[in-house]
Structures are given as structure tokens and as C-alpha cells.
Write a protein that binds this ligand. Structure first.
Ligand code: APR
Length: 173
């Protein structure tokens, strides 16, 4: 199935790439970012720290993506992307979130990663309303699948409520 919604700890997925919902420093944090760094081991932080800063303290601007190996994780690659913080919807949040999915897929393509798992980017600490984020994610991923049906994309939710929101968005698309 090219696009599925599951409940899982993304750090357990033995796939080609998992996507990290990071912050612009790429130096770790809480949520899925913290889980990925804990499971990958310290080599992941070292690899992130080695990535160039595009401005003071910023290694990955919001909406962009960077790639590192997965190290101790069962995945080959970790694609770090930075979702928008929700400010009510009038600061280009939807476009920035769509860019996260698009830019992550571009890096996956460049690294021949066909099986990719995404968390619910921006739906935790960054406060993006889940139903709105799910609609952006599904629309963007379906566009990518139309161009490349060989992709195998998993939307990896961490709770039943979140799974239900993303599954509803997928069914409605
Ligand atoms: N596997 C899958 N999903 C997870 C996991 C996990 N192990 N842990 C948390 N999640 C889910 C959360 O429940 C939420 O639905 O990932 C989604 C995204 O939440 P956050 O991790 O808080 O990410 P985000 O909202 O994008 O905020 C990013 O939080 O951790 C910091 O450094 C990070 O500053 C950045 C900010």
C-alpha cells in the first residue's frame, strides 16, 4: 500500500527513512525528536552538529529538510525537518508544513529511500491542529505518489486519537 496510517513508535520502524520533527538547531529536543536521538545514540547528535549553520544557531530552517544516517536505529536514514509553529494559520503555516513533506521526500528520492515513515509533524509541541495538519500531509503526499507510485509512505501516529484523525483525512481525500 503506497500510503498507510499506523500507530507505532517511529524509532522501531525498520524502513529506508524515518522523518524527524526537529527544531531549527537540529540539536535534539523532546517528543519524537528526543525519542529518535535516544534510540539513534550520540552519533546522531554528532552528525547533526556537523551540519552547516545557515544562520546563527540554524541548521535547518522551518519547512526545509536535512538527512543523516540512522546509526543505532533500524532505519537507514533520518530525515530531519522543521515544522511550523502554529500561530493561528495566518503565517503561512500550511505552506511551510507542506514544504516539510515535499522536502523530506526530495531527500528520500536523492538517497534512493522508497519506504519512508513520517510522524505527525508540528502536531505536538508546535501546536498545529491535527485535523488541519493531516489534511496538508495527505494532500501533499498524494501529490508525490501521483508522480511516483513506487513510494511506500507510512504516517506513523503515536496515539489512537491521532491515528483516527490521519485515517479520516486519508479516507476523505
Ligand atoms: N514515534 C512517533 N510519533 C511520536 C513519537 C514517537 N516515538 N513521540 C512523539 N510522537 C508524536 C507526538 O505525539 C506528536 O503527535 O509526534 C508528533 C509530533 O510532536 P512533537 O514531537 O512535539 O513535534 P512538533 O510538534 O513538530 O514540535 C517540534 O518539539 O521535540 C521538540 O525539538 C523538537 O522543538 C521541536 C518541537
Amino acid at each position: 500500500m503506497p500510503l498507510t496510517v499506523v500507530i507505532a513508535d517511529i524509532t522501531t520502524l525498520a524502513t529506508d527513512a524515518i522523518v524527524n520533527a526537529a527544531n531549527e538547531t537540529l540539536l535534539g529536543g523532546g517528543g519524537v525528536d528526543g525519542a529518535i536521538h535516544r534510540a539513534a545514540g550520540p552519533a546522531l547528535l554528532a552528525a547533526c552538529r556537523a551540519l552547516p549553520q545557515v544562520s546563527l544557531g540554524v541548521r535547518c530552517p522551518t519547512g526545509k529538510a536535512r538527512i543523516t544516517p540512522g546509526f543505532a536505529l533500524p532505519t537507514r536514514w533520518v530525515i530531519h525537518t522543521v515544522g511550523p509553529v502554529w500561530h493561528g494559520g495566518n503565517r503561512d503555516e500550511a505552506a511551510l508544513l507542506a514544504n516539510c513533506y515535499r522536502n523530506a521526500l526530495r531527500l528520500a528520492y536523492e538517497h534512493d529511500a522508497r519506504r519512508i515513515a513520517f510522524p505527525a509533524i508540528s502536531c505536538g509541541a508546535y501546536g498545529y491542529p491535527a485535523a488541519l495538519a493531516a489534511a496538508v500531509a495527505i494532500a501533499t503526499l498524494r501529490e508525490a505518489l501521483a508522480d511516483d507510485p513506487s513510494l511506500d509512505i507510512v504516517l506513523c501516529c503515536y496515539s489512537e486519537p491521532m491515528r483516527a484523525v490521519f485515517q479520516h483525512a486519508l479516507n476523505a481525500a
